[in-house]
Design a protein. Structure first.
Length: 420
């Protein structure tokens, strides 16, 4: 194992001589220019792009006398004769030398730098792998808040005024790193996740999930991520919505990136609005990531269009549940509306009440209905039925499931679909 004896430091007010004008020299010139470093170039041939980075250029063959008051010299020529001249010069003059791609001749290495801001991170592999250094540079870049420049300017003013509060600064920084994602995870098939949803799942420190999130999606969560099950399954012990909100806030206030995984879309009967409201009240940065709602994609997976010419010109999405697990039947009258589709979420456990209310309102018992269970998942099941047979056909259906009412259910026969 090689021992390293390097010391990363920042040099102020440095002047640099860059020897060479090709592609390798261009890479170094771009780093210097982007970081507002004063440098001069001596080269016989010049890349067209490099001349835009500095006006201090001498187009000529390098000689020792070309070194003026520079104490940092970069040899990007790839010419061993130039390196030999510089090593000879170095014996009598106090310079720092970098011979590009020849680590054993270098007094220093270029680090992979984040953007030139008041907070800048430099990553070095000690010349072993610039690619590895750049990879971790990019990972570090993601940790820096976008508004860090404004924050550091404020901290500089405080320091100039003699105000230094380490504990308060640590709290402020932890808060800046904190973020909550309310992630729409769609209907279960991981291939139906958005790229943004996938990225948030992969980068979270903590993931909160319930029984509606499929095993396939949970397998995308890194093993190192803390996973918190919050239940919410009918008939089993689960946390209330208030408890879930408190848990999200608790983890966020520890400076963690939290992903609350929501089935379907967070704002379609997903209580995402309630979670967002509490997070906003706590001034916690939150982003809502849309997901594919089962209200549209569920019927689609059963080849049932929610609208189709001659079958339905509009559709309504409702939930059969209200707060406190009470039943919602205000929408049942819509089943009597012609040329219309009604999609019912969380209605499987309420089919008795739905059918009874439909009977009271005089809705035809022949009203077509479909039950789609575990849409998009390997155990998906679709049952075509009617109001008359709904209670009997719903007995052995697994949750999660949706109900679809309307003539669009007949569309399955046109496609030659069989219930499965």
């Amino acid at each position: 194992m090689m021992k390293r004896s390097t010391l990363p430091i920042l040099l102020k007010n440095q002047k640099i001589l860059l020897i060479g004008g090709g592609n390798v020299a261009l890479q170094k010139a771009e780093v210097l220019s982007h970081n507002n470093i004063d440098f001069r170039i001596v080269a016989e041939e010049l890349n067209k792009k490099i001349v835009k980075l500095t006006d201090k250029i001498e187009q000529k063959r390098f000689k020792q006398k070309d070194i003026k008051d520079e104490q940092i010299i970069i040899d990007a020529t790839g010419n061993p004769k130039v390196a030999k001249k510089l090593l000879k010069y170095k014996k009598k003059h106090p310079i720092l030398l970098n011979v590009v791609d020849v680590p054993e001749l270098c007094d220093f290495y270029f680090m992979a730098l984040t953007k030139n801001r008041p907070l800048q991170i430099a990553v070095s592999s000690n010349g072993a792998s610039p690619t590895a250094a750049k990879y971790f540079r990019d990972e570090c870049e993601r940790l820096i808040p976008k508004d860090i420049t404004v924050y550091l300017e404020q901290k500089q003013k405080q320091r100039d005024a003699g105000v230094i509060d380490v504990e308060q600064t640590q709290k402020e920084l932890a808060k800046q790193q904190t973020k909550v994602f309310l992630v729409g995870c769609g209907i279960g098939d991981p291939e139906l996740l958005t790229l943004k949803a996938l990225k948030s799942i992969e980068n979270a420190d903590v993931v909160l999930y319930d029984h509606l999130i499929s095993d396939e999606i949970m397998q995308l969560v890194p093993k190192s991520t803390k996973k918190v099950y919050v239940g919410k399954q009918l008939g089993y012990h689960s946390r209330s919505q208030e408890e879930i909100n408190t848990l999200i806030i608790k983890h966020a206030k520890k400076g963690r990136v939290v992903a609350r995984l929501k089935s379907g879309d967070p704002f379609v009967f997903g209580r995402g609005a309630e979670e967002l409201n509490d997070l906003v009240d706590e001034e916690i940065a939150t982003e809502v990531i849309p997901g594919i709602s089962s209200s549209i994609s569920g019927p689609m997976m059963g080849n049932i269009p929610v609208t189709a010419r001659g079958y339905a010109s509009g559709f309504t999405v409702v939930s059969a549940h209200l707060k406190g697990n009470s039943v919602n039947l205000d929408w049942v009258e819509l089943l009597g509306k012609e040329n219309h589709t009604v999609v019912v979420l969380m209605g499987l456990s309420r089919v008795n009440e739905i059918v009874e209310e439909a009977d009271r309102l005089g809705i035809s018992k022949k009203k077509p209905c479909a039950i789609i269970s575990n849409a998009s998942r390997p155990n998906q099941k679709v049952v075509s039925t009617t109001l008359k047979r709904l209670v009997a056909d719903a007995k052995d259906i697994e949750r999660p499931a949706i109900l679809v009412f309307g003539d669009v259910v007949k569309y399955r026969k046109l496609l030659g679909e069989q219930d499965a």
